[in-house]
Design a protein around this ligand. Structure first.
Ligand code: AMP
Ligand code: MG
Length: 404
C-alpha cells in the first residue's frame, strides 16, 4: 500500500499546466496570470489631498490665519501658484496646487468670512498623499503565477488593463460506471440506485474552478466502458467512479489498458478512498476512484483537486491542515489512517471538532454534516480534549456554527 502523499506526488508529476486564454479583467477572478503586470504609470500620478480641507505653503504661512482665494474639487488641476499667506479650498483627491505643500482638514479650522484660523497645529506636509506612494511606473505590481483576487482585479483596472491572459479552466470529463445506476429523474427500481457520484464530482470540479463534462453512465461491460472512456479523452482530465475494485464486473482498469494506457493501481493507505487507479491515456490523465459516494468524494479531494489546481497554474494545491480539540472520544480500530468526517468550529481561538457519527463510506450524509476530515492514525484511540489533525474542507459552509 502507498501513502496518500506518495500517490499525490506520483500523480502531480504527470500534471502539466494548461494553455492560457485572453479574458476580460473581471473574468480573471480566481485565475492565475502567466505573465508579470508592470505599472504603466505612477499611482497616484501627482501629490494630492488626503482630506477635504485647505492647501497652503507651510513655510510661507506666517501665522495661524490664511485667506482662502480658490477652490479645487477632485478632477481639477490648479495651475496658478498659490501666493504666500493664502490657501485654496481643496477636496480629497485633487492635486496639490503649485506653491502648496500642506493640507489642513476642514474640521481643524474655524471660518471667519474669507479667512480660516487653525484650531490646532498643522505639521508641514500633513494630509498630502505623495506621487507614486501606491505604485511606481515600471514596478512589477502583479508577478507571473499570482492568483487574481478582487484586489488584483482592482489594481489591474487602475493600471488601465481591460483584458489579460490567464491559464484556462480545466475541462474535466466525468464518467459513472455500474449496471445498477439510473440517472436522477428516473423512478427508483428494485436493485437500482440513482447516480449521485457524477453530480457530486462535477460540483467538486466546478467548486475548484474547473469545467465539468458529464459523460453519463457506462454499463459494466468492457467494450461499452472503452467507448465511454474514449469519448472523454478530448477533455483535459477524465474522472471515473466505480468499477475499479476486484469484483467480477469491475472493468475500468482493463478498459484503460485495452485503450493503451498503463495503469498505476494503488491500494492507498487510507479509509475511505482506498482503491485508486491512475493512468496517462493518450496524454490525458485518467483517475479511477472508488464507487461508494464518500470514497469518490474523498479521493477527488485528495488526488483530483490538487491536479486540477496545478493544471490551472495554481501553486498552493492543498487545503490547510489544522489542530483541533476533540469533543467526543474517537478511535480508529483499523490498520489504515481513517479520514473521519468532522464538524469543525472555532471557539476561544481554538478549533474544536466532533465526528458526523456513522462513518460508513456509503453514507453521503456523513459528508453533508461535516466540513473537515479528521485524520486518525491506525489503531489510535483518543479521549475528549485530545488534539487531532483535521483537513479543513470548506470553512465557508458554516456547518460548525449550525450544529454546535
Ligand atoms: P463499485 O466500486 O463499482 O463496486 O461501486 C461500489 C458501490 O458504490 C456500489 O455498490 C454503489 O452502491 C455505489 N456507487 C457506484 N457508483 C455510484 C454512483 N455513480 N452514484 C452513487 N453510488 C454509486
Ligand atoms: Mg460498480
Amino acid at each position: 500500500m502507498v501513502t496518500i502523499e506518495e500517490a499525490q506526488r506520483t500523480i502531480l508529476e504527470h500534471i502539466t499546466t494548461l494553455e492560457t486564454e485572453k479574458v476580460s479583467v473581471f473574468q480573471g477572478l480566481n485565475r492565475v496570470t502567466p505573465e508579470d503586470h508592470i505599472a504603466p504609470w505612477d499611482i497616484p500620478a501627482a501629490d494630492n489631498s488626503a482630506m477635504d480641507g485647505y492647501a497652503f505653503s507651510h513655510a510661507a504661512q506666517g501665522g495661524d490665519r490664511l485667506r482662502v482665494t480658490g477652490f479645487l474639487p477632485a478632477g481639477e488641476v490648479g495651475l496658478v501658484p498659490v501666493p504666500a499667506g493664502e490657501a485654496v479650498k481643496i477636496m480629497t483627491g485633487a492635486p496639490i496646487p503649485p506653491g502648496c505643500d500642506t493640507v489642513v482638514p476642514i474640521e481643524d479650522v474655524e471660518k471667519e468670512g474669507e479667512w480660516i484660523r487653525f484650531t490646532r497645529t498643522v505639521k508641514a506636509g500633513s494630509h498630502v498623499r505623495k506621487r507614486a506612494e501606491d505604485i511606481r511606473s515600471g514596478d512589477v505590481v502583479i508577478p507571473a503565477g499570482a492568483l487574481l483576487r478582487p484586489q488584483e482585479i482592482g489594481m489591474l483596472s487602475a493600471m488601465g488593463t481591460t483584458a489579460l491572459a490567464v491559464y484556462r479552466r480545466a475541462r474535466v470529463a466525468i464518467l459513472a460506471t455500474g449496471d445498477e445506476l439510473l440517472e436522477p429523474g428516473s423512478t427508483p427500481a428494485p436493485g437500482k440506485i440513482i447516480n449521485s457520484n457524477s453530480y457530486s464530482l462535477a460540483a467538486q470540479v466546478l467548486d475548484v474552478g474547473g469545467d465539468p463534462v458529464l459523460l453519463g453512465i457506462a454499463p459494466d461491460a468492457l467494450d461499452a466502458t472503452c467507448d465511454k472512456i474514449r469519448s472523454g479523452l478530448n477533455a483535459d482530465m477524465l474522472v471515473i467512479s466505480g468499477g475499479v475494485s476486484v469484483g467480477d464486473r469491475d472493468f475500468v482498469k482493463e478498459a484503460i489498458e485495452k485503450l493503451g494506457g498503463s495503469v498505476t493501481f494503488w491500494k492507498v493507505n487510507v479509509k475511505p478512498g482506498k482503491p485508486l487507479a491512475f493512468a496517462m491515456l493518450q496524454g490525458t490523465p485518467v483517475f479511477a476512484l472508488a464507487g461508494n459516494p464518500v470514497g469518490a468524494m474523498v479521493a477527488f479531494e485528495l488526488f483530483v483537486r490538487p491536479s486540477i489546481l496545478k493544471s490551472m497554474g495554481r501553486r498552493r494545491l492543498f487545503r490547510p491542515m489544522v489542530k483541533a480539540v476533540l469533543q467526543e472520544p474517537a478511535a480508529n480500530k483499523g490498520k489504515r489512517p481513517h479520514l473521519v468526517r468532522g464538524i469543525v468550529s472555532l471557539r476561544d481561538d481554538r478549533y474544536h471538532v466532533s465526528t458526523t457519527g456513522n462513518q460508513s463510506s456509503g453514507r453521503l450524509s456523513s459528508m453533508i454534516q461535516g466540513n473537515g476530515l479528521i485524520r486518525l492514525a491506525p489503531e489510535a484511540s483518543h479521549a475528549v480534549g485530545d488534539e487531532v489533525e483535521v483537513l479543513l474542507l470548506d470553512w465557508g459552509s458554516e456547518m460548525g456554527e449550525a450544529l454546535q
